[in-house]
Design a protein around this ligand. Structure first.
Ligand SMILES: [Fe+2]
Length: 484
């Protein structure tokens, strides 16, 4: 490598690219892992191979790295591999970055024009026995679930028409169907969205295209047993801006939020649009339908968490000035008009997790990451400034909150939930703890119903782990095999 990574927050300190592909057999475990903690935990991490072409870039551009914690009989084995996308292969061959600004192909090196630039760096998910690495700007990339070797881009046997696929598909815990969508399906800054369903066997059974009122950064969506909710928060794209070498996305504080509600078994021309205040959100906790009412719970902030998106829209504001909450928006399909009722459920935070069984139906308990000032000072970690330093369990129907925080020199990453077979047991959470005092990572395992007791097991790594985006747990019974 002939040039260094930039000394900017997205590429220095804890955010220094790791670029380590490795296997570590039998990590050190302090404490005792529950005997029912058996399975595979996949995490996706943006981890750039090379310094940015344009001198600086966002954390979100990094090449997809997938890590695997494999839990077996109280032991934990670890594996980490790059997703070998077209972009990764081309840059590997050139020994340098070929792609310019985040999701702006007009700024790419001429040798990379027209080449795939998806980084597959956001979410690993297993459906119908296949492991996919997802990022919303391309189709899924299939990986071997045991070795993490890249198989190739996934197109449902050539039947999928949309060139993009969300990194937040939703799997119905009862039917095994995977619901997903692709935005900018008609090309950069287009208003076309593809709504898709794959059945429990992994067959594409539905792909319906429609136009949204404006092209928005549709990072997530929500699905209930009876409805689908498409959110348009006002982060917008402009083809002219991209062609002029500018950013793909910009915050547009002059627009309100639109939410499209569609009958899940209905048609895309039945989408009914509701109007909400100007605000930003990236992740839904859950959603459910009761009669004519549809409820969507999500992490709202007054402006986007990402500085590069705020600044592209001309908004200069410090990260600690953002305001937000966990909210429930209610859409009443029995009433005329396009109004939304809003209710606060809990204090601000993000990276929510549920027990899988609770998805799409009325529920009581969610877990999510927060920055808790009493737990320690802000520590730079991850893509938006100060990392989260606490995980809370929120009873959404009462507002009751319990919290675990690993200490004033630590931050932490998105938890997974591992269910328990014991009657009345709420299961477990596991999450990566960034030990900034030692520049090392640990995994903490806690009882989901008793966060206040602290970890029952600590798994020690001999290195730090760059902040992941999302992860998923696959119980041993559903896994494809054991990595050996
Ligand atoms: Fe996400």
């Amino acid at each position: 490598m002939t040039s260094p990574f930039p000394a900017t927050p997205d590429f220095s300190g804890h955010n220094t690219p790791s670029r380590i592909e490795c296997d570590i057999f039998d990590l050190v475990v302090e404490g005792t892992l529950p005997t029912e903690f058996e399975g595979s935990w996949y995490r996706s991490v943006p981890d750039p191979q090379y310094p940015p072409l344009m001198g600086d870039d966002t954390y979100l551009s990094g090449d997809g790295m997938v890590s695997l914690f494999r839990f077996e009989k109280g032991h934990v084995d670890f594996k980490m591999r790059y997703v070998q996308t077209e972009r990764w292969k081309n840059e590997r061959a050139a020994r340098r970055s070929l792609h310019g600004l985040y999701r702006n192909p007009y700024t790419d090196d001429p040798s990379a024009r027209g080449k795939g630039r998806g980084a597959a760096n956001t979410t690993p998910i297993v459906h119908a026995g296949r492991l996919f690495a997802l990022k919303e700007d391309s189709r899924a990339w299939e990986l071997d679930p045991v070795t993490l070797a890249t198989v190739g881009e996934w197109s449902y046997g050539g039947r999928l028409r949309t060139p993009t696929m969300t990194a937040h598909p939703r799997i119905d815990p009862d039917t095994g169907e995977m619901y997903f969508f692709g935005y900018e399906a008609g090309g950069l800054a287009s208003r076309e969205v593809a709504f898709c369903v794959a059945d429990k066997n992994g067959e594409l059974i539905r792909e319906d295209w429609f136009e949204v009122p404006f092209c928005a950064l549709m990072h997530d969506f929500a699905v209930t047993k009876e409805h689908v909710i498409f959110p348009l928060f006002p982060i917008t794209a402009s083809l002219e801006r991209m062609q002029a070498g500018g950013p793909h996305w910009a915050w547009d504080g002059s627009r309100e939020t639109l939410m499209g509600v569609m009958p899940r078994a209905g048609r895309v021309d039945q989408i009914r649009w509701f109007r909400g205040p100007t605000c930003s959100a990236f992740h839904f906790f859950n959603a459910f339908s009761e009669g004519n009412k549809v409820y969507a719970d999500f992490s709202l902030s007054d402006v986007p968490a990402f500085q590069f998106i705020r600044e592209a829209g001309g908004l200069q504001i410090r990260p600690d000035q953002l305001k937000g909450n966990i909210v429930r928006w209610t859409f009443d399909l029995g009433k005329p008009g396009d109004g939304i009722e809003s209710q606060v459920l809990g204090p601000s935070g993000d990276l929510p997790r549920l027990a899988d069984k609770d998805a799409m139906r009325p529920y009581d308990i969610a877990y999510y990451c927060r920055y808790e000032p009493t737990a320690g000072p802000p520590i730079l970690s991850g893509p938006v400034g100060a990392g989260f330093n606490a995980i809370s369990r929120l009873e959404v129907n009462t507002g009751r909150l319990t919290t675990v925080a690993p200490g004033p020199t630590s931050t932490l990453q998105e938890p997974i939930h591992v269910p328990s077979a014991q009657p009345g047991h709420e299961g477990y959470l596991a999450f990566v703890v960034d030990r900034h005092d030692e520049n090392l990572a640990e995994v903490h395992v806690v009882e989901a119903g008793h966060l206040e007791k602290g970890p029952i097991a600590r798994i020690k790594l001999p290195m730090r782990l760059r902040s992941g985006v999302h992860g998923n747990w696959v119980p041993a019974a559903a896994a494809a095999g054991s990595p050996r």
